[in-house]
Design a binder for this molecule. Structure first.
Ligand SMILES: Cc1cc2nc3c(=O)[nH]c(=O)nc-3n(C[C@H](O)[C@H](O)[C@H](O)COP(=O)(O)O)c2cc1C
Length: 317
């Protein structure tokens, strides 16, 4: 089974990947949060380059993800990535953000299946490395997926990662696993599942319902429970000491990288990590108002010394 870490803008960048792998063991694969491809002829911007710089991803199996509807820029980016040693590039067809969708990118690209098929045909032909896709089912209704899946099945994709919600759902409601099952039945290429796998039980239920499953991508579940992948593989839950060590290394990496803004980056992480404690609301209250490093360190010391640890952390929306 391939277990991968979901691309999550602001959360699962290269610092998170490295610290998580060091503390809990590497996952089989990591996807970068979406990157804008550079203009043809130029290089990735400074921030984006850090995500893909081989120096920042040593020993990790990383697939860069692009957010674009411009085929020339996609192919150019794929060439740059190939030169850096990458063997696969992923296209984001899932981002539900209003501004992204309005520009016809992310899940907004699903509105134009004809244009999307021409784009994918073109980039699959011209990209020097394998092209995979992370998709939603459509924008408004699940039935849009019939036409979208038909077009994917005509293409030489390396893999299709299915997050079976529509754009309108954002991250609410229950993922429609049947659409993933239908993809498994029909697709002539590898298929992966993503969405609401927050516990070992949910992982086992997915694999029982769809025994051909070969790749599960973990997102919020792993942020709330950093030992989730290890537990899926039969290992132990995280101890309080492990979580503290993970936190300290992550905060220190962000501090080195961005100074005081590390506090805001960590607060995003706490939105998920609070579920590692028996009273997530108390943890939320302790960290929500902090603004500077001193306040942050004080609040977090209080959480680790005063809050009981959940026996098994589970993310709940
Ligand atoms: C804050 C946040 C940022 C995200 N950023 C990305 C992204 O950059 N690229 C992408 O394909 N999906 C992104 N996603 C979607 C996740 O990769 C994933 O599909 C989603 O969280 C559902 O999986 P989960 O239920 O396991 O969390 C993001 C989700 C969240 C909540």
């Amino acid at each position: 089974m391939i277990l991968s870490l979901a691309p999550m803008e602001g959360l699962t960048g290269y610092m998170f990947r490295n610290v998580h792998a060091e503390c809990f063991g590497p996952l089989d694969r990591y996807y970068t949060p979406f990157l804008a491809p550079p203009h043809v002829g130029s290089g990735f911007g400074k921030k984006a380059f850090k995500e893909i710089d081989p120096k920042n991803n040593q020993g990790l199996n990383v697939v860069p993800q692009l957010l674009t509807r411009n085929a020339d820029e996609f192919v150019w980016a794929a060439q740059v990535l190939a030169e850096l040693g990458y063997t696969e590039v992923n296209l984001n067809l899932g981002c539900p953000s209003g501004t992204v969708v309005a520009k016809g990118r992310g899940s907004g690209f699903l509105r134009n299946p004809g244009e999307l098929e021409a784009f994918l045909q073109d980039v699959c032909e011209r990209s020097p490395i394998a092209v995979s896709v992370k998709t939603r089912l459509g924008l408004v209704e699940d039935r849009e997926y019939r036409q979208i899946l038909d077009l994917y099945c005509r293409l030489p994709l390396a893999e299709l990662i299915v997050h079976p919600r529509v754009q309108k759902d954002r991250y609410q409601g229950t993922p429609r696993q049947e659409a993933y099952g239908e993809t498994l039945r029909r697709a002539p290429f590898a298929v992966a599942y993503n969405g609401d796998v927050f516990s070992v039980d949910e992982y086992n239920a997915l694999c029982a319902a769809y025994p051909q499953t070969r790749h599960v991508m973990l997102g919020r579940g792993l942020l709330a429970n950093p030992a989730l992948a290890r537990m899926v593989r039969g290992g132990a839950p995280a101890t309080a000491a492990e979580l503290k060590r993970f936190h300290d290394k992550l905060f220190s990496a962000y501090l080195d990288e961005m100074g005081g803004n590390a506090v805001f980056r960590m607060k995003e992480w706490w939105f998920y990590a609070k579920f590692a404690f028996a009273d997530p609301l108390a943890v939320h209250r302790a960290v929500r108002k902090v603004r500077c490093v001193d306040e942050y360190e004080h609040a977090v010391a209080g959480v680790f010394s005063g809050e009981a640890f959940a026996s098994v952390p589970v993310f709940r929306a």
